[in-house]
Design a protein around this ligand. Structure first.
Ligand SMILES: Nc1ncnc2c1ncn2[C@@H]1O[C@H](COP(=O)(O)OP(=O)(O)O)[C@@H](O)[C@H]1O
Ligand SMILES: [Mg+2]
Length: 457
């Protein structure tokens, strides 16, 4: 456990927030630079040992900075902590505490928020209400409670003042991205800050989250192994979400799963099949599957929570995405290059061979290696090779447009890859998507029969 930090008032001034974060990043970065510099004299062994120490020190600094500043830095840390496939273990260990163990608000504050939102005293709605939260994350904390009629519920309560913090952070991010772009025209990340500016404010509206949960639940109707908590609308407002309490262990809690007799590779299969269906079949997916938002119960059943980020993808995008899956399975570079252009990528020199090179470096080589490895995930080494190749290609022929939808699909695939590694998955997302497409072409619907076939294979 990390030393428990208590929740304090975060700095609200935009410049102060920026300075706190900038200083932390600069210290992390300078540390790595110094080690690389001294390596020439002190040797590789020394440098490796120092680097491991600096990983841990940096992770703690980022953790404490996130706890201090709150807001979007916690979200960033949650994402980083979900990528054991690209980040050193020291970061994963320390930052994963921010997935659901952020220092909470005291009960008195929470009571005030719930009563104001529901316009009733707590006791009028709930027979019991645990003063200690079950979890606390980036935007809200969740308490277990029992309604007057005996139903056990999870009550998600938004942190007071979080809306303003998030707005400040979004402004800072877009300013930072604009400055980067002015310094170097090839560093154009404005599409990322714009998309964040569209998505994140929606997460602060729990009516929207409740609707998302209902829509995903409807898509999985009749499916036993994917569970979405039922929303209790009569006790839900923009800032308080009351829903069915789901009981499970966190998806990265391998020991907890073992105690319950759950096989982690089976969990990975349910997870991967569920996401293949959401991406290709439903056209609507949970866009934030970090481990804090995924629980597991015997069966195994996958319990999805936190529908703040749900993304819809239109039929056109899904069609090209499906073609990309097929091109990857067939190891067809020409077709792959074409799907990159069809998805909406634009390179400075708009030639077929440019997209082919990009496609091969970005996903082609990775998927080829993954398909021949019998593992359901991409290793850190494979990513490193791909990263180097992509940089080389971009330097010669920069990408000038990235499809914004792909940002979320790519992020989800990254999160799933990290989880697949943790779960020792033998199930390959690409293969599952291809099989789903074959089933579709054969005119079968994925619920029931197809689903069973996908899971049994
Ligand atoms: N319906 C539920 N039943 C049980 N636990 C829940 C439920 N919903 C959320 N939780 C727990 O509360 C944590 C925070 O809730 P979440 O919706 O993820 O908040 P945030 O949007 O701030 O990330 C989750 O990581 C999970 O551990
Ligand atoms: Mg969450």
């Amino acid at each position: 456990m990390l030393s428990p930090l208590s929740r304090r008032r975060p700095p609200r001034n935009s410049i102060r927030r920026f300075i706190v974060e900038g200083q932390a990043l600069a210290r992390v970065f300078a540390g790595y630079k110094l080690i690389s510099f001294l390596q020439r004299w002190r040797g590789e062994e020394w440098a490796e040992a120092r680097r491991t120490k600096h990983h841990r020190w940096s992770a703690r600094l980022l953790h404490d900075t996130a706890v201090r500043n709150q807001g979007l830095l916690i979200k960033t840390a949650q994402f980083l902590s979900s990528r054991p496939d690209i980040l050193p273990d020291e970061y994963i260990e320390v930052l994963s505490h921010l997935q659901d163990e952020v220092p909470p608000e005291p009960f008195s504050v929470i009571r005030g928020e719930v009563e104001r939102e529901l316009e009733q005293p707590l006791e009028a709605v709930f027979r019991e209400f645990s003063p200690e939260p079950v979890a606390a994350a980036s935007l809200a904390q969740v308490h277990r409670a029992v309604l007057r009629d005996g139903r056990v519920v999870a009550v998600k309560v938004q942190y007071p003042g979080i809306e303003e913090l998030v707005r400040t952070d979004l402004d800072n991010i877009s300013r930072f991205v604009a400055v980067l772009n002015r310094i170097d025209k090839t560093l154009d990340f404005r599409f990322i800050s714009e998309e964040m500016g569209r998505m994140i404010p929606k997460e602060l509206d729990f009516i929207n989250e409740g609707r998302n949960a209902d829509a995903i639940a409807a898509n999985f109707e009749g499916v036993q192994d994917v569970v979405v908590p039922e929303i209790y609308w009569e006790y839900t407002t923009r800032r308080v979400l009351t829903m069915e309490y789901v009981k499970g262990v966190k998806i990265t809690d391998i020991e907890g799963m073992r105690r319950l007799g759950i096989d982690s590779a089976e969990v990975a299969k349910v997870l991967v099949v569920a996401f293949a269906e959401m991406l290709l079949e439903h056209g609507m997916f949970h866009a934030d599957p970090h481990p804090g938002n995924l629980l597991v119960a015997p069966g195994p059943r996958l319990l999805l929570v936190d529908f703040g980020q749900v993304k819809e993808i239109g039929p056109q995008f899904r069609f090209v995405f499906a073609q990309m899956t097929r091109a990857l399975m067939a190891d067809d570079d020409t077709a792959l290059g074409k799907t990159f252009r069809d998805l909406g990528f634009r390179m400075k020199q708009d030639s077929a061979s440019g997209y082919e090179d990009l496609g091969r470096a970005y996903v082609g080589d990775i998927s080829k290696q993954m398909l021949s490895s019998e593992r359901g995930w991409v290793s850190p080494e494979m990513f490193q090779d791909s990263y180097r190749d992509v940089l080389r290609i971009l330097r010669a022929n920069p990408v000038i447009k990235v499809p914004p939808d792909l940002l979320f699909v790519g992020r989800v695939m990254g999160l799933l890859n990290g989880l697949s590694m943790t779960l020792h998955s033998e199930t390959n997302l690409l293969v599952q998507m291809a099989r789903l497409l074959d089933e579709k072409t054969a005119g079968r619907t994925p619920i029931a029969g197809t689903r069973r076939r996908l899971l049994e294979a």
